[in-house]
Design a protein around this ligand. Structure first.
Ligand SMILES: O=C(O)c1cc(C(=O)O)c2c(n1)C(=O)C(=O)c1cc(C(=O)O)[nH]c1-2
Length: 243
C-alpha cells in the first residue's frame, strides 16, 4: 500500500489534535496553579523550575541559528533570541521572568544559578536543547509548535493567578503579556514552514513526532513538580525546600 502524503491542511489538523490531547494545559499541576489551589511555596517551586526552561530557550534557538543556512530563516528566527535576552539588559523575557521570581521573594542568584531545580527539569529541558541541536531543521521548527497552544493557557494562567493569589500582581506577571503577541507570531511562522516543507509521509510523521516529543518535554517538568511538591511530596536531595 502506498501512503499518500497529507495535504498541508490535514497536517495542520493532525498537529492540532496532538495539542488537544497532550499539551500541558491538561496537566493537573497547571489546574492547581491556575485555580489558586497551591500555596506560595509551591508557586515558588514552579517559577524557580520554569526559569531554567526560560534560560535555555535562547541556547536552543542559537543552536538552531548555527545550522540555518538561509538568511531569511535566520532573520526570522533570531528575533526569538532578542525576545528573551532583550537588547540592553533591562528588557527581554528573562528579565521579566526574574521580576516574577523577585516578586515571589526568591533569591535572584539562586534562581539564575538553577540552585534547587529538580533533576527532571534539567533532564527534560536539556533534552529539548539537544533535540534542536541534533535533529533536522524541519524537526527543530516543528518542536517549537507547542506555542500554537500557549496563548490560551497563558490567559487562563494570568487571570487565575491574579484572582486567587494575593502574592501575585499584574506587574510580576508582565512576562506573559509579551508572550501573547510573540507566541502567535512565532508559531504562525513555524506552522507555515512545516506545512510548506513537510511533503513526504516520512517528513510529516517526523513533524508530528517532534510535536509529541515537545509535549513530553513540557509534561515531564510538571510531573516532576507534582511529585516533589504536591503528592507524594518527595523533594529530591538538593531540591528547593519552601520555608
Ligand atoms: O507558558 C507557557 O505555557 C509556555 C509554553 C511554551 C511552549 O508551549 O513551549 C513556551 C512558553 N510558555 C514561553 O514562554 C516561551 O518562551 C517558549 C518558547 C518556546 C519554544 O519552544 O521555543 N516555547 C515556549
Amino acid at each position: 500500500m502506498v501512503t499518500r502524503p497529507m495535504t498541508p491542511d490535514e497536517l495542520e489538523a493532525a498537529l492540532r489534535r496532538i495539542g488537544a490531547e497532550r499539551y500541558h494545559n491538561l496537566h493537573p499541576f497547571h489546574r492547581l496553579l491556575h485555580e489558586g489551589r497551591l500555596d506560595k511555596g509551591q508557586v515558588q517551586a514552579w517559577a524557580l523550575n520554569r526559569y531554567y526552561y526560560q534560560s535555555r530557550i535562547p541556547l536552543k534557538d542559537a543552536a538552531f541559528l548555527s545550522r540555518a543556512e538561509d538568511p531569511a530563516l535566520r532573520r526570522e528566527w533570531r528575533r526569538r533570541i532578542e525576545d528573551h535576552d532583550g537588547t540592553d539588559g533591562t528588557d527581554g523575557g528573562i528579565n521579566r521572568w526574574l521580576a516574577l521570581t523577585d516578586g515571589l521573594r526568591l533569591d535572584r542568584a539562586d534562581v539564575e544559578a538553577g540552585r534547587g531545580i529538580l533533576p527532571a527539569t534539567r533532564f527534560a529541558v536539556d533534552a529539548y536543547v539537544r533535540y534542536v541541536r541534533d535533529k533536522s531543521l524541519l524537526e527543530a521548527v516543528a518542536s517549537s509548535l507547542t506555542e500554537l497552544f500557549s496563548p490560551t493557557i497563558i490567559s487562563e494562567r494570568v487571570s487565575g493567578m491574579l484572582r486567587h493569589y494575593d502574592f501575585i500582581s499584574e506587574d510580576t506577571l508582565r512576562y506573559f503579556g509579551h508572550r501573547m503577541t510573540q507566541a502567535p507570531r512565532d508559531s504562525d511562522f513555524a506552522l507555515d514552514f512545516v506545512k510548506r516543507e513537510a511533503r513526504t509521509p516520512e517528513q510529516q510523521e517526523q513533524v508530528l513526532e517532534a510535536l509529541r516529543f515537545k509535549c513530553d518535554v513540557l509534561w515531564a517538568q510538571l510531573d516532576a513538580l507534582h511529585h516533589a511538591y504536591v503528592t507524594p511530596g518527595l523533594i529530591p536531595p538538593g531540591g528547593f525546600r519552601p520555608r
